[in-house]
Design a protein around this ligand. Structure first.
Ligand code: UT7
Length: 323
């Protein structure tokens, strides 16, 4: 059986760090409120002229270097983003060109905060179906470009960044001791559109629009949906949740991470949390957190790693990987 193994990870953050106190100078908020309600202490924002593709490219180069391969070996680039450089062409094609990759295919994938989980699922299916051997999956966002700095309920929560992984086809036995992606679970419910959306777009307003969110409602659904996705992934692999070594969640709110861990009986020390430093970076949040835990040595070869996310749409999902 063909398995998609992660052979490299990379990440990139814009240089500019924006603290809660910095934001309190722009909107009616406080460091105390933001930390207590979300766990966020700071986030990174792109500077004028810095684009999503710049972050995506830096993360991709780091992932390729970590994998020890050249861009010419890639068959496919999937850029998961909700903040592309332009409405078209896909930011993935900008990255493809800047990596010097002249073959294969590149496209964007839009599933907001669940984008990276969706991207991993598509890449895994492309690899197992034989259409690609080596795929770069990127989560990259400039969420600060969608923020309304007159809306304190949303503008304090989001940040910018990018993370990337290189997946490659390897033969496995077909059981859950195989290295690589063991399963992915994807879900969506379009009826919940109004709880988290951007009030603009090419075919509606011909503008980019601003992010709008009913935070309390999103919060309530997040714990339920994420818990269900984790359970679905563990069930599909035929393992108890207690066998999973590391949980790498979408970093929206520390209280969501804590609530989900409590609901499923997961010890807090197995949950990778970067929300304090990055804020909610949408599709970039899972690969940024993943890279942090790989780089600091927490995630080791052979570990079972569960990635999960939920976001606008609603979309949600999970991916179980044997590292
Ligand atoms: O990535 C997609 C997934 N996104 C999420 O998962 C986000 C989910 N939601 C959340 O993280 C939380 O709901 C928030 C952090 C957005 C809000 O936390 P909350 O505990 O649900 O607060 P709230 O919305 O109920 O607001 C409580 C109070 C309100 O004042 P009153 O009505 O009690 O007087 C707000 O007006 O806090 C006020 N408030 C603020 N105060 C200071 C709202 N935003 C701010 C702010 N600074 N930035």
């Amino acid at each position: 059986m063909i398995r998609s193994r992660v052979i490299g990870t990379g990440a990139a953050l814009p240089e500019t760090i924006v603290t809660n106190d910095d934001l309190a100078k722009r909107v009616d908020t406080s460091d105390e409120w933001i930390r207590e309600r979300s766990g966020i202490r700071q986030r990174h924002f792109v500077k004028e002229g810095e684009k999503t593709s710049d972050l995506a490219l830096a993360a991709s180069r780091a992932a390729l270097k970590d994998a020890g391969i050249d861009a010419g070996e890639l068959d496919m680039v999937i850029c998961c983003t909700t903040t592309p450089d332009e409405t078209f062409p896909a930011t993935a094609t900008v990255v493809q060109a800047r990596l010097g990759m002249t073959r294969g295919a590149a496209f964007d994938l839009q599933a907001v905060c669940s984008g990276f989980i969706y991207g991993l699922s598509v890449a895994d299916n492309m690899i197992r179906g034989g259409q690609a051997k080596t795929v770069l999956v990127i989560g990259a966002e400039s969420m600060s470009r969608l923020l309304d700095f007159n809306d304190r309920t949303t503008c304090v929560l989001f940040g910018d960044g990018a993370g990337a992984v290189v997946l490659q086809a390897h033969h496995g036995k077909g059981d859950n001791t195989d290295q690589g992606i063991l399963n992915t679970q994807l879900f969506s419910d379009g009826r919940l559109h109004d709880m988290l959306y951007v009030d603009g777009g090419p075919s509606s307003t011909r503008t980019t629009g601003f992010l709008r969110m009913q935070g309390k409602e999103v919060f309530r659904h997040a714990v339920t949906n994420i818990s269900a996705a984790i359970s679905a992934s563990a069930d599909a692999a035929g393992i108890p949740i207690s066998d999973i070594d590391w949980f790498v969640p979408h970093q929206a709110n520390q209280r969501i991470l804590d609530g989900t861990a409590k609901k499923l009986g997961i010890p807090a020390e197995r949950v990778v949390s970067t929300v304090a430093l990055h804020g909610n970076t949408s599709a970039a949040s899972v690969p940024l957190a993943l890279e942090t835990a790989v780089r600091d040595g927490r995630i080791k070869k052979g570990d079972l790693v569960l990635l999960e996310a939920m976001g606008g749409g609603f979309t949600w999902g999970a991916a179980l990987i044997r590292w």
